[in-house]
Design a protein around this ligand. Sequence first.
Ligand code: SF4
Ligand code: SF4
Length: 90
Amino acid sequence: MPLVPTAPDHFGADEFCASCQICTRSCPPGAITESKQLIRGVERWYVNFDKCIPFFAEAASCGICIAECPWTRPDVRPKLLSTMAKRIRP
Ligand code: SF4
Ligand code: SF4
């Protein structure tokens, strides 16, 4: 089926992360940067695995960043989605 390309749908995820920063603050070794970094020519949210992996290995597990992210909480996620959707399509 031929598809017609359209502009990306801007949902505001980058802005959300830029003001949230919960994972950045909760990471014990400080592996998650506060802003996007230029990685191989592309701006990306960045986890420094040279900091993450040694901590993860020493603690035999981690995942604090994932557990603390509001988007991983089933009771919070629907409200966040609805709030963000209203912002772009009031
Ligand atoms: S898994 Fe742990 S150490 Fe690695 S980035 Fe997440 S919080 Fe930081
Ligand atoms: S905790 Fe989740 S929503 Fe908050 S900055 Fe990190 S990835 Fe983004």
